[in-house]
Structures are given as structure tokens and as C-alpha cells.
Design a binder for this molecule. Structure first.
Ligand code: MG
Length: 405
């Protein structure tokens, strides 16, 4: 692939699965078309069959899996996001398969222990540009998965890569300054230079749907896991107006419902209310043309997909509640502090002595202790571990390992 050239389409799309099928601009490495699947179905299938996807089963969402087997993992969260995203995409007449591929890939780059592991790696690897899970997703799908003879990574379509790079909205302002809250990760700029993503605009509508669905999924399901874990209870939720309203509605419609069924009804109601609002609001923004005009709006600075102002405020209120009652709960902070130490220990130790990496990784350590390239290699290795893999690695390298139960 030469610099700044657009990828050549690997063949015309002849398979149509409905009004929402969009044509792909192609892949970095040209491939013959599939006889039976659209380009985005192939992207989805490659994501499902890759190693990073399977490891999501053993990575924390909010709780550490060692605490209980009943809470979400990154994999079950990802499946829930894909279900919600696909439902919204179908009603809006978008390409369901592209939406699904983007939803399934959105959390591939998470390190062990969720955002705690990410924060530890980011701090330990600052001189090499730190660590960011969105950037890591792109490293995985363009480099680190090695399963095809003709290319590293999964050779995904232009649209899927664009959607993963810009999944949280435009990355730079009109003057090219980062809107990312930190300097743009190198992998974003490298891919933009090769593929021309226009970082000042939103990604396509399918990526916007996946992003909205991610928010809905973790708001609702973190509330469910928090209730099940006893971190807070239904009466505590009255401080959030939309939750009070929904709990009141459930009680009025089905009096004397027990707590368990009330919790399930509440979570269903939350997802339903947000999904229906996002559909109505997005149809309003897209106008009566729906998918027919989605393409022209897709690369605007303002998103075409989103919540109404009232539900956007409700979503923010739920996030604030979760932050105070769940993410900052002493039980979580305590176990998180130990997980942070495990990841910091591992990063510091392996950057200083990369020969202690497992042999297949140590063989790639050409830059020596402390070098930025060594830091990136260590980040790739540590991010690839599962939660229990990180604990096992700590036990291999250190005399004592914090207990995470
Ligand atoms: Mg997510």
C-alpha cells in the first residue's frame, strides 16, 4: 500500500441484504470478493474469529470476574452492544452488518482489569505515548492479529477502520488540534495518512449507532450489576428522575412485583426508552429520507445519530449516579488499587528487562530496555492478557502478588 492512496475496492458488491447495504471503498490489501457474503459481513466474521475477541470473555467490564461469575464481562457487554446497535440500525435503514462489525470490535483493545489496567499502562508507558484502549483496538485489527499469509491484522474495510478510529466523534477541530483529550495516538494519524479519514468530521452513521448503543448498554447493565451486587438498591435510584419515573411506572402497571422482577423490568424499560428515543431523534435529524440521506450527513461535524436533549440529560444523570454509587464504591476502589499495582509492576519490570517476556514476544524486543519501542511491545503484550493471565504473569515474575478477591 503506498502512502495517501485510497485502497482499491476489492470488487463490486453484488450481495444486497436490504435497503441499508452500502458499498465499501475497499481494503488496504486487495482481496477477491466473497461469493456469499458482503464486505461488512466478512469484517464481522473476521472480528468474531480473532483471538482478541475470544479473550474479551476473561476481561473485566466493571467488576473483576474473580469476584463473581454473574456479572458482565467485556464479551457479554460487547454482545449486548451489538444487539442494541443492530436493532437501531435496522429501523433506520442503515447497513446492519457494518453496524454489527463496529459494535463487536469496539472494545477489542481493552487491557486486563478494564479502565484500571488502562490507567496503569498509560501512566507506566507515558514516555512512549502512553496507552489508550481505542488506539489499541486499531493496533490489534491492523497489526497484532497474525492469521493471514497476505497481511498482518484483519485487513478490514475502509468503513470499519474509519468507524473504529472516529468512534467517539471528530478527533480534531477545524485547525487540526486534537479533540481527543490528549495528543492523537500515533496509530490514528498513521491510518489517516494512508486512508484519508477526515478526522474533523464524524464517522459514518453505522459507527455513530454503535457508539450510542455502547452508552445505552453500559448505563443499563452497570445499573443491573450494581443492584445485583448490592452496591445500591432501588430506593437509592429515586435521586435520578428518569429512574424514579420508570420504577413508579412499573409499580403502577404491575403492583406487588418482587424485587428481582422489578430490577429486570427496570433494566428492560431503561434500554427500551433510550433505544426508542435514539431512533426518533435520529429520524428527525436525518429527515424523512432516513437512510437515503444518511450518506450525505454521515461525514458532518455534528452527529446524525443521537438522543433528544431530555434523554441526553437523563443519560448524564445515570452516569453521575453510577460514578458515585458504583465506580467509586469502596469495594471497587479497593480491588482496583490492587489491580493497578499488578499492571504497574508488570509494565515496569518488563520494560526494564524485556528478555523476561515470553519467548515469542522477547524475540521481537530489538530496541533494548527502556526504549520507546520496547515500551510499545510491552504494552501490546500486557494488553493482550486476560485478567487471570495478568495475575499469572505477576506470579511468574514476583514473589508475592496482591489478592484480588
Ligand atoms: Mg463498550
Amino acid at each position: 500500500m503506498t502512502e495517501r492512496s485510497h485502497p482499491q475496492p476489492s470488487g463490486p458488491l453484488r450481495i444486497r441484504c436490504g435497503a441499508g447495504t452500502v458499498a465499501s471503498r475497499g481494503r488496504l490489501v486487495r482481496e477477491p470478493p466473497s461469493a456469499t457474503r458482503t464486505e461488512f459481513q466478512r469484517d464481522r466474521d473476521r472480528i468474531i474469529h480473532c483471538g482478541a475477541f475470544r479473550r474479551l470473555a476473561l476481561k473485566t467490564q466493571v467488576f473483576l470476574p474473580e469476584e463473581s461469575d454473574h456479572y458482565r464481562t467485556r464479551l457479554t457487554h460487547t454482545i449486548e452492544v451489538a444487539q442494541i446497535a443492530r436493532s437501531i440500525s435496522r429501523v433506520l435503514g442503515l447497513d446492519d452488518d457494518l453496524t454489527e462489525a463496529l459494535a463487536l470490535a469496539h472494545d477489542l483493545g481493552h487491557s486486563p482489569f478494564g479502565h484500571t489496567g488502562e490507567d496503569a499502562l498509560d501512566a507506566a508507558l507515558g514516555p512512549a505515548g502512553g496507552f489508550d484502549h481505542n488506539a489499541q483496538t486499531l493496533r490489534i485489527v491492523t497489526r497484532l492479529e497474525r492469521r493471514y499469509p497476505a497481511f498482518d491484522g484483519l485487513n478490514l474495510t475502509w468503513e470499519t477502520l474509519e468507524g473504529l478510529v472516529k468512534r467517539n466523534g471528530p478527533l480534531v477541530d477545524a485547525e487540526g488540534r486534537s479533540l481527543y483529550g490528549r495528543p492523537l495516538p500515533a496509530i490514528f494519524s498513521e491510518l489517516d495518512a494512508r486512508l484519508g479519514f477526515d478526522l474533523a468530521t464524524c464517522a459514518g452513521t453505522e459507527a455513530q449507532v454503535a457508539s450510542v448503543a455502547d452508552d445505552m448498554a453500559y448505563n443499563a447493565h452497570d445499573l443491573e450489576d450494581g443492584l445485583d451486587a448490592g452496591l445500591f438498591d432501588l430506593p437509592d435510584m429515586a435521586e435520578v428522575p428518569i429512574l424514579a419515573e420508570l420504577i413508579g411506572r412499573i409499580a403502577a402497571e404491575t403492583p406487588n412485583l418482587d424485587r428481582n422482577l422489578t430490577v429486570r423490568a427496570l433494566i428492560r424499560a431503561i434500554v427500551g426508552v433510550f433505544v426508542e428515543d435514539a431512533i426518533a431523534e435520529s429520524l428527525r435529524r436525518l429527515g424523512a429520507g432516513g437512510a437515503a440521506v444518511a450518506g450525505s450527513m454521515a461525514r458532518s461535524v455534528r452527529p446524525a445519530i443521537g438522543l433528544s436533549p431530555a434523554l441526553a440529560a437523563a443519560s448524564t444523570a445515570i452516569k453521575l449516579f453510577l460514578r458515585e454509587r458504583m465506580y467509586r464504591h469502596p469495594r471497587l476502589l479497593d480491588v482496583r488499587a490492587r489491580a493497578f499495582d499488578i499492571m504497574t509492576d508488570l509494565a515496569t519490570r518488563l520494560v526494564g528487562s524485556p528478555q523476561e517476556l515470553p519467548s515469542s514476544w522477547a524475540a521481537q524486543a530489538v530496541a533494548g530496555p527502556g526504549a520507546p519501542k520496547t515500551m510499545r511491545l510491552v504494552a501490546d503484550y500486557l494488553a493482550s492478557l486476560t485478567d487471570r493471565g495478568a495475575v499469572a504473569e505477576h506470579r511468574r515474575l514476583f514473589r508475592s502478588t496482591p489478592d484480588l478477591r
